[in-house]
Design a protein around this ligand. Structure first.
Ligand code: HEM
Length: 267
């Protein structure tokens, strides 16, 4: 009897709270135990609305996507944060860039740690984006209705590779200068546009100060901006396409072969 009174008191308090103006100004839906309220919850919450209202149960399993897209996004955020830290110390000048990096490693608090976090996250992002692309291809998620997002993904793949390539030059050590010299020497072999492509990339006849500033601006502004914009479109499109593609429905042959067994087991 006592517990019923207590429960009803709790119920009353809950009802009062849920019906209060403050509550209703934040939550504009009832308890999510009906399909309508479930949809309203998804659409009325800034975080939940990033997901489609309905997703395939199979595609939610961690072993389905291995979270490679999510890990790529996490690494992008980590690279942005650590990159901003590095920007406080690094000067894109061929006379001081190498010294800057050495000082960052030896004289700046947490400098070595943050620089290595940036390097490792960059390598890992190339790996995770590649694995994500392979996973998506394996599940045939490049097919309609996801073909547009596959193209956005291919652009993201190139942005990731270019971010890695441009970042490689910035320490201005021997390995960076010669790696970029070899890399950019491929550009003149581009059919028709070879020479202009080389000049735009390098900013002259050889890898020098003009190349460093071009790669720096590309690395810290143009490519991250392009990446962020493409990711926004990518995520929006995943939602519109109904989340990650689930496994395909069984083929007619699979249905036919499973039918006699089902009849047999029913007997
Ligand atoms: C910076 C790079 C990228 C990020 C942050 C990213 C992020 C994501 C995330 C979070 C998902 C949700 C499912 C999952 O985690 O697997 C996803 C799905 C998808 N991604 Fe990416 N992605 C990137 C690059 C790519 C690339 C390179 C491709 C292909 C060329 C691609 C194509 C797709 C497609 C088609 C889907 C829908 C998958 C499905 O329906 O199963 N993405 N992406």
């Amino acid at each position: 009897m006592g517990s019923t009174a207590k429960k009803s008191l709790l119920d009353l308090a809950t009802q009062k709270m849920v019906e209060s103006q403050l509550w209703r100004s934040i939550f504009r839906h009832g308890y999510p135990d009906t399909p309508l309220n479930q949809s309203l919850v998804m659409m009325g919450n800034v975080f939940l609305h990033l997901h489609p209202v309905k997703v395939s149960r199979q595609a939610m399993k961690i072993t389905y996507t291995w979270c490679m897209g999510g890990i790529s996004f996490f690494l992008f955020l980590l690279l942005t944060i650590t990159g901003v830290f590095l920007m406080f110390y690094y000067i894109p000048d061929t006379n001081v860039a190498y010294q800057n990096i050495n000082q960052l490693n030896s004289a700046v608090s947490f400098g070595h740690l943050v620089r290595n976090m940036h390097r490792w996250a960059a390598h890992l992002m190339v790996v995770s984006v590649t694995l994500h692309m392979i996973r998506v291809f394996y599940h045939g998620a490049y097919k309609p209705p996801r073909e547009f997002n596959w193209v956005v993904g291919v652009l993201l793949f190139f942005v990731t590779l270019f971010l890695s390539f441009t970042g490689y030059l910035l320490p201005w050590d021997q390995i960076a200068i010669w790696a970029i010299t070899v890399g950019t020497n491929l550009a003149p072999y581009t059919p028709l546009l070879g020479d202009p492509v080389y000049k735009v990339l390098v900013g002259g006849g050889a890898v020098a100060q003009a190349t460093l500033i071009r790669f720096y601006v590309g690395h810290v502004i143009l490519l991250p901006l392009a990446g962020a914009l493409l990711m926004a479109v990518h995520f929006w499109r995943i939602r519109k396409d109904g989340g990650a593609a689930g496994p395909p429905p069984p083929s007619r042959r699979e249905q036919e072969t499973s039918e006699p067994a089902a009849v047999g087991s029913a007997r």
